[in-house]
Ligand binder design. Structure first.
Ligand code: GDP
Ligand code: MG
Length: 143
């Protein structure tokens, strides 16, 4: 899933079958601004309806954290409108690029993101495609 290079164009839909007859529908929504704007406006009800879990990926290297947070808060609002029961997982992603001690950086981001989430309970993970972290999150979630 993460091995492909290049950014996701619009929404890629996939599904995983497990435990015999359960199907997990996965919608991978590309993070570029034009796509984000579309999810939040014309595609809003399509994107945010029937969501069981939102996994929101933050780029640790972003230069536009304020804009990222604005998008994030708008997505939370979309969930509140259309899928208020959805669980929210946050990935602080591309941790491999962090130079300073990773735990300090992660804790700082964690505080910032918890604050941005207001009264929505969120679960955070530090991840990178260059280690086992994504698989650990996946196993945690699936079990
Ligand atoms: N250094 C680093 N690069 C990553 C990581 N995950 C994805 N990328 C790169 O980020 C680029 C953008 O892809 P992606 O994050 O999927 O963009 P999106 O599809 O728009 O959300 C790709 O070229 C990936 O190879 C990571 O954990 N670390
Ligand atoms: Mg992608």
């Amino acid at each position: 899933m993460t091995a492909r290079l290049g950014a996701t164009i619009d929404v890629e839909q996939n599904h995983v079958r497990f435990l015999g007859d359960l199907i997990l529908n996965l919608w991978d929504c590309g993070g570029q601004d034009a796509f984000m704007d579309s999810y939040l406006t014309t595609q809003r009800s399509t994107i945010f309806q029937h969501v069981g879990v939102m996994i929101y990926v933050f780029d640790i290297e972003t230069r536009e954290m304020n804009k990222d947070l604005e998008y994030y808060r708008d997505c939370l609002e979309g969930l509140r409108q259309f899928s208020p029961e959805a669980a929210v997982f946050l990935l602080v992603h591309k941790m491999d690029l962090v130079r300073e001690p990773k735990s300090i950086m992660f804790e700082r981001k964690k505080k910032e993101l918890q604050q941005a989430s207001g009264d929505v309970g969120v679960t955070l993970f530090g991840t990178s495609i260059y280690d086992e972290s994504l698989y650990k999150v996946w196993r945690l979630y699936m079990l």
